[in-house]
Design a protein around this ligand. Structure first.
Ligand code: SF4
Length: 411
């Protein structure tokens, strides 16, 4: 019997060869149990080499200041038109309340993304950063996706570098690598024709890295994309990372696969997508990503608000070393129909990680690891779960969630 090509690819990878996009496609397309067993085992081994047995999370809050947007991405259930009854753009008072609550929880990071609101100027983007850091001294601002940076440039017509340096000086610490979806024009034109094209996303990320602003990287999958397009997406990220490392600039800190949630948004209906990607495919993609980014992007995060904490624990056994943010208040997931989009307390994170047989650690946005015993370690508090609205557990239905810090942002 002929030996499957998949196993040859995995042998070559184990011998030190870089995974090509073509080989990643073959791995993504092979559902056989034999291939999965080998792939998962190698991904787990590579995870141990890259990150050891520690699993990290960051104490953070999502705060966003507007859901007004004109872009109309088909997968988005978050945005509102300016005249919609539930459209909002928070002023300082409302933001102050949210930042003060986040400070009370002891956050290390504020994650902030929002709609592309034509009425918001660059001055306001700067003011919000300053306000947050005035209220929470030293907090890391992980904010403003490439789509928002593009939006600022369209309004101001300032050079990209000028905008990025201004935001950095106002307190921007890193940029979420969202708005990428799948970095293939065929896909982008179908699912988000009004959003920034591939070349523009890459241009903004390169410019951010060049001025010393690190970014994350994501992919939104499980809709109309093909496995070869996911592989192409990862290849673009890996090539960009090589350039950034060579240039000595900032770089991607992590890769986060985000499964598309098909419920309650236009894209699910329009393309007839009724279910999320199957769990075995979700797990396979994480394992392939771990192999694909070897030596280039060392942190692989699983988006537990989209797949649930139990499935996320399985992903910890095949390449994943990070569970994202503690205080995730996920309007985008929730408003698109996810059952899991909400917060976990530090105690719940620690327990989930220990149940998976691993060691919980906290981290900064840029993966400075904080171990138990470090003075910066944020201990669980008796009132954590009450603070989180009594709903701090994965897997609850979206209609039972309580609004907390306001939140969401765009994917
Ligand atoms: S994903 Fe972001 S840019 Fe797209 S419609 Fe939603 S808020 Fe607007």
């Amino acid at each position: 019997m002929t030996r499957p090509f998949t196993l040859d690819i995995l042998d070559a990878w184990e011998a030190g060869e870089e995974l090509s996009a073509g080989h990643a496609t073959v791995l993504l397309e092979d559902p056989s149990p034999g291939a999965a067993e080998r792939l998962h085992g190698l991904a787990d081994q590579e995870r141990r080499r890259a990150a050891g047995d520690e699993v990290s999370y960051v104490i953070n809050a999502n705060v966003n200041f507007t859901n007004v947007c004109y872009t109309d991405c088909k997968y988005c259930g978050f945005y509102r038109r300016p005249k919609d009854a539930d459209a909002y753009t928070h002023g300082d008072g409302a933001l102050r309340v949210r930042f003060e609550r986040a400070r009370g929880f002891g956050v290390r990071e504020i994650c902030m993304q929002g709609g592309l609101n034509p009425r918001i100027s660059i001055d306001r983007y700067e003011e919000v950063l300053r306000l947050a850091r005035e209220i929470i001294p030293g907090v890391h601002m992980h904010a403003y996706s490439p789509a928002e940076i593009d939006h600022i440039q369209r309004k101001t017509r300032l050079p990209l570098e000028v905008i990025l340096v201004r935001l950095k000086e106002a307190g921007l610490g890193s940029i979420p690598g969202t708005a990428a979806e799948v970095l293939v024009e065929r896909v982008k034109k179908l699912i988000s024709p009004g959003r920034i094209p591939v070349a523009r996303w890459c241009e903004i990320i390169r410019a951010a890295h060049a001025v010393g602003i690190p970014t994350t990287s994501t992919v939104m999958y499980g809709h109309i994309e093909r496995p070869a397009e996911l592989a192409e997406h990862m290849n673009i990220l890996r090539e960009m990372q090589k350039e950034s490392v060579k240039a000595g600039g900032a770089r991607f800190t992590e890769f986060v696969p985000l499964p598309f949630i098909p419920y309650d948004n236009k894209m699910g209906e329009e393309f007839g997508i009724r279910e999320m990607a199957p769990l075995d495919y979700i797990l396979r993609l994480h394992a392939v990503a771990r192999l694909f980014f070897r030596g280039w992007i060392e942190n692989l995060q699983v988006a537990w608000p989209k797949i649930g904490i139990e499935a996320a624990k399985r992903a910890l056994r095949l390449g994943v070393n990070d569970l994202g943010g503690t205080l995730i208040e996920e309007n985008i997931s929730r408003t698109s129909g996810s059952e899991y989009g909400q917060s976990l307390s530090p105690a719940q994170f620690n327990a989930a990680i220990r149940e998976a047989g691993r060691v919980p650690v906290q981290r900064t946005t840029t993966y400075d690891i904080i171990r138990e015993g470090d003075p910066r370690w944020r201990h669980p508090r008796p009132d954590d779960e009450a603070f989180l609205g009594g709903g701090a557990q994965g897997g609850r239905r979206k209609d039972s969630l309580l609004p907390l810090l306001g939140a969401g942002g765009c994917r």
